[in-house]
Design a protein around this ligand. Structure first.
Ligand code: SF4
Ligand code: ZN
Length: 336
């Protein structure tokens, strides 16, 4: 005997919501999922009317669902937003080239303009070339730092008022866990913020902050959305991978763990007097930075000098100079 939809619509239930345990029919699940995102947007005042908003689109499930839901809500609740897609091409053969095809499909399906910016045009390096030079150990550090700045640059080019990203509840809970484990107070303070400021002051918003990954997959599946699900060939980011596995174990025992971790993260506050990094303008690129030269510029400098490990080091300037000199001496000795 089929179970009736718990929203009492009269239809048989086809799924159990991972977040609430409700048994729902497809339509009632779509409504509940979309309504929660609408509430997140309204409650947190993510957008003002008639704003131009860039959706950071990777072709993956999160950004595809985000683009779809924002289009639906924009029409249903007359937000009056001008939505555009912004994609970053890291230059990863066999991964990003394929996923960008999905974004191009999204552009057609959702009738939105699409801007693709590549690491190659911005930095003169592809991730393929970076991995060739540095190996597979710190590649995600380079990729993450460059992507953050590339999104800022894309947002400025598109003259948008805000960039929305597909970070979901699982991603945020994982980040809280990682920052606790690393004792990274500065990041812990801001990682649960639903609106953050990019390094050029264009706000970044996370409308899927409270959406469970499992429900995003379910929504994409039942809506038959086209998305790219292959993992990056240069993954895994080992540390995040462990946090993710730990979170999945917790979720199995208690699905509410994801929300609880996010709420715990939101409660953290920093004791008065704790020194946080300054925000200043990078001397080289003009974007906001916590150092005189931003991380993207210092990583790029390391790559261009053929010394990428230098820019990864957290050591002082003196140590950096010492290391540079040591390498010069080693190179000179090798030439003897
Ligand atoms: Fe970039 Fe690492 Fe993500 Fe691949 S897994 S896209 S290298 S951050
Ligand atoms: Zn810079």
């Amino acid at each position: 005997m089929p179970v009736a939809c718990s929203a009492k619509c009269g239809a048989p239930a086809v799924l159990k919501r991972p977040k609430t345990g409700d048994t729902l029919c497809k339509e009632c699940f779509f409504n509940a999922f979309e309504l929660e995102i609408h509430h997140t947007i309204v409650k947190n005042k993510l957008f003002e009317k008639h704003r131009r908003v860039a959706i950071a689109a990777s072709g993956g499930k999160d950004s595809t669902v985000l683009a779809h839901v924002l289009k639906v809500l924009n029409e249903r609740y007359t937000y009056g937003l001008d939505l555009v897609l912004l994609s970053i091409d890291e230059g990863i053969t066999g991964y990003r080239d394929d996923s960008l095809e999905t974004v191009k499909q999204n552009k057609e399906d959702y009738e939105m303009d699409l801007k693709i910016l590549s690491y190659n045009e911005l930095y003169g390096w592809t991730m393929d070339a970076i991995v060739n030079q540095i190996g597979r150990k710190n590649n995600c550090t380079f990729c993450g730092v460059f992507r953050r700045q590339a999104l800022d640059r894309g947002a400025a080019l598109l003259r948008v008022d805000c960039v929305v990203t597909g970070h979901n509840a699982d991603d945020i809970a994982e980040t809280v866990l990682m920052n606790v484990l690393r004792g990274d107070i500065a990041r812990l303070q801001r990682c649960t913020d639903i609106i953050t400021t990019g390094s050029d002051s264009i706000p970044r918003c996370k409308p899927l902050k409270y959406a469970y990954e499992k429900e995003i997959v379910m929504y994409a599946y039942y809506k038959k959305l086209v998305y790219f699900s292959t993992e990056c060939i240069f993954a895994p980011n080992a540390y995040r991978g462990h946090a993710r596995t730990f979170l999945k174990h917790l979720e199995k025992i208690r699905p509410a763990s994801i929300m609880d971790i996010i709420h715990s993260g939101e409660q953290f506050s920093i004791k008065e007097g704790v020194k946080l990094p300054n925000r200043e303008i990078c001397k080289l690129c003009g974007y906001l930075s916590s150092q005189p030269v931003c991380k993207a510029c210092s990583l790029l400098e390391g790559l261009n000098k053929g010394l990428p490990k230098l820019s990864l080091s957290k050591q002082s300037v003196q140590n950096r100079i010492r290391l540079e000199n040591q390498i010069k001496i080693q190179q000179a000795v090798a030439q003897l």
